[in-house]
Design a binder for this molecule. Structure first.
Ligand code: HEC
Length: 162
């Protein structure tokens, strides 16, 4: 009887040890994943703004050529870059102000849906002013956006497949 008890006790302790070893192993794996996650490359606020700038420019030329499919694509790419700032930089204080751009983007989107060139120009001007409003509010007034007069993308035909 005593022997049986001792055997059971030994088995019990063994499985407890096993459990602790498993927990340690899991903790180590979590720790190393956390380090990996913290060191993962993540584009900066300014990198996303560079992407916003690209789509802001292309949006204008698409609209000027009344290439509404392309304009629709560009306005949504612009929106995605803005949303990425909210997702990847939620703790930057500037991010609190980014919401001001959404109504401006929406009215460009409506002009595109209506294929209305005049409305497009008006809403694009308002969009550009809103970029600058936020740059002023975030002490970035030296980054002044304007309506582009020449496409920097000479390798893209803005008249394509309308
Ligand atoms: C939150 C308000 C906010 C809005 C809205 C905003 N920006 Fe910015 N923008 C910033 C901030 C802050 C920076 C500086 C980023 C940094 O710290 O790297 C910046 C930087 C930039 C830069 C400089 C990036 C570079 O590498 O030269 C460009 C270009 C730019 N923004 C374009 C735009 C355009 C175009 C729009 C409108 C479609 C816009 N921004 C809307 C806040 C804003």
């Amino acid at each position: 009887m005593r022997q049986v008890f001792l055997i059971l006790l030994t088995l019990g302790l063994f499985s407890c040890n096993q459990q602790t070893a498993n927990n340690k192993d899991l903790q180590n794996r979590i720790d190393s994943l956390e380090v990996k996650l913290a060191n993962t490359y993540r584009p900066g606020f300014g990198d996303f703004m560079g992407t916003v700038q690209t789509h802001h420019a292309k949006l204008w030329f698409a609209g000027q050529h009344e290439n509404w499919k392309l304009a629709d694509f560009e306005v949504h790419e612009l929106m995605e870059a803005i949303e990425a700032i909210e997702e990847y930089h939620p703790n930057r204080k500037e991010t609190q102000l980014i919401g001001m751009i959404y109504p401006a983007i929406d009215s460009v989107d409506i002009a595109i849906d209506q294929k209305d060139l005049e409305k497009f120009k008006e809403s694009y001007t308002n969009l550009t002013n809103t970029c600058n409003k936020c740059h002023h509010a975030t002490e970035m007034e030296y980054v002044e956006m304007k309506i582009p007069n020449l496409s920097p993308y000479s390798n893209q035909n803005f008249d394509a497949a309308k």
